[in-house]
Design a protein. Structure first.
Length: 220
């Protein structure tokens, strides 16, 4: 957010730089500089006013296009094209990772990357998932009180780090805007069922009180 009071400390010549074509200032800063100059008595011709407004509009459109481009990088590009490669969607990987631990999410992303022949990223995914699973257990058991039922759940923040880590690897490793068909949910379902069984038969603290583990705990 632009602080207009900071801009007021600048000289007129410095503020004029905000109105020059090709400058790197955000549109809000350009608008603020224009208004401050008018407050100081600078008289703009109609042509100059039009040029400034066009500059601001161009900057806004460029900024919006850049933001949209960044959103495109992070979203799934699922297609019905029968020739497109089949991959497990990022949403599927995120849901599995948040509710059933990074283990199933890590496996699904690993399979995606192997299919795309991104072998280094695939190995990195396995390493990240394995290390995170054990580090997460240590952090949660060492620093959080699971008997505290506050509305704020710091352990969920730690869990989210694992899911977001897999998402970042996916975004960086998978070709940008790659169109693909969503792979069947059979394997994700099997992995989640196996993980849920592990949560039931083994120490729940190994799974850091994932939502499903919390539900299982109620029936034990």
């Amino acid at each position: 957010m632009v602080n207009k009071n900071v801009l007021r400390k600048l000289s007129d010549s410095e503020l004029e730089n905000y109105l020059k074509e090709g400058n790197r200032f955000v549109p809000e800063a350009v608008q603020a500089a224009f208004e401050i100059l008018e407050e100081r008595g600078r008289v703009f011709t109609e042509q100059e006013k039009t040029a400034v407004q066009q500059l601001i509009q161009h900057k806004k459109e460029t900024e919006e296009a850049k933001n949209q481009e960044e959103v495109e990088y992070w979203k799934d590009h699922i297609t019905e094209d029968p020739t497109a490669i089949r991959l497990y969607s990022r949403m599927t990987i995120l849901v599995c990772s948040v509710f059933f631990s990074v283990i199933p999410g890590c496996i699904l992303l690993f399979l995606n990357l192997i299919k795309l022949k991104k072998y280094f990223a695939a190995i990195l995914t396995l390493a990240f998932g394995s290390i995170f699973f054990f580090v997460q257990r240590y952090v949660l058991l060492s620093y959080f009180d699971f008997n505290n039922h506050s509305r704020y759940s710091p352990e969920m923040g730690v869990i989210a780090v694992g899911a977001l880590g897999l998402l970042v690897i996916s975004v960086l490793a998978v070709p940008k805007k790659l169109p693909y068909r969503a792979a069947p949910y059979i394997l994700p379902a099997i992995l989640c069922i196996i993980t849920a069984a592990m949560m039931y038969f083994y120490d729940l603290k190994w799974f850091s009180y994932y939502p499903i583990a919390r539900a299982i705990h109620l029936f034990r």
